[in-house]
Design a binder for this molecule. Sequence first.
Ligand SMILES: NC(=O)c1ccc[n+]([C@@H]2O[C@H](COP(=O)([O-])OP(=O)(O)OC[C@H]3O[C@@H](n4cnc5c(N)ncnc54)[C@H](O)[C@@H]3O)[C@@H](O)[C@H]2O)c1
Length: 321
Amino acid sequence: MSVKNNKKILVTGATGQIGSELVPELRRIYGLDNIIVGVHKKKPVNDLLEGPSVYIDVVNKKTIETAVENFDIDTIYHLAAILSVAGENDPWLAWKINVEGTYNILEVAREKKISKIFCPSSIAVFGSETPRVNTPQNTVMQPRTIYGITKVTGELLCNYYFNKFNVDVRGLRYPGIISNKTLPGGGTTDYAVEIFYEAIQNKKYVCFLEPNTILPMMYMPDCIKSTIMLMNTDLSKLNYHSNYNVSAFSFSPENLYDEIKKFIPTFEIIYKPDYRQKIANSWPQTINDSDARNDWGWNPDFNLTKMVEDMIITLSKKINS
Ligand SMILES: NC(=O)c1ccc[n+]([C@@H]2O[C@H](COP(=O)([O-])OP(=O)(O)OC[C@H]3O[C@@H](n4cnc5c(N)ncnc54)[C@H](O)[C@@H]3O)[C@@H](O)[C@H]2O)c1
């Protein structure tokens, strides 16, 4: 990975599940003072406060402009968003933050000539009409959730800004992200994180999806790796911009339960599917990410077995300390 320069990087939504792990890695690569943590309402985990931070409400364009001017921002990782389940609970807020917020970021990038933007998308852009196995890069995108609709809109808007205004904006269609530092913020794949806490603490988990619901997932170290790899790829190698399919492994709650049981043999699971099952049923099971592999050398480090082992070891230490 090339160390770029000492220009400043702003991370919006930095206190969320992904931001709280992306920020320390960016700081390790580019230096503590060069990464500016964008804080909204959610309180940052302690280590995020070690370097500079700024209040950002992505719906309020002025806060973005002020931060960009005051810190001489050169690059933005735009992670502020409302996720799938939270979006169904408040579709109006999801539209405002995910669409108007992204539009504000792109406008500031255009006006202030920001050199690079990262704006993640999601497997939620796909819908029931999309092939669910080995979902291609280019396929039907007719999501039924407001989250998916805002993410398709975001992809199209980002590509428009790239083609029309030469704003270098890049993005990945993340699968469900599994991590152990900050809890996920209200997504359909949250079960795959909650299950570890419950397995270690209570040896019992009530799962909100059916046992055979296969979804694409990725462990946080691979999420961070893919993000930084895409941002460091020479623009001339990219055949896509805001919407690369990216994948690591897929599993069902039953597969995950079987893996966890190898470490916690008395662990029990009960299935009580709820409204989130419908969202999961509309999403892909496996993703074809051959364009990411061919264009910028994507290759994940973690499979299901390795991820489960690492989660159990890391979370057990955290919970028992
Ligand atoms: N975590 C996943 O499994 C997953 C999967 C696919 C895509 N994504 C995408 O990755 C990005 C980051 O997701 P995450 O899981 O870290 O989300 P999260 O819900 O954990 O965090 C979202 C962050 O946005 C902030 N925020 C909310 N409203 C804001 C506003 N008005 N102004 C500024 N900040 C605001 C919150 O304070 C929080 O820090 C999002 O674009 C999300 O859609 C995540």
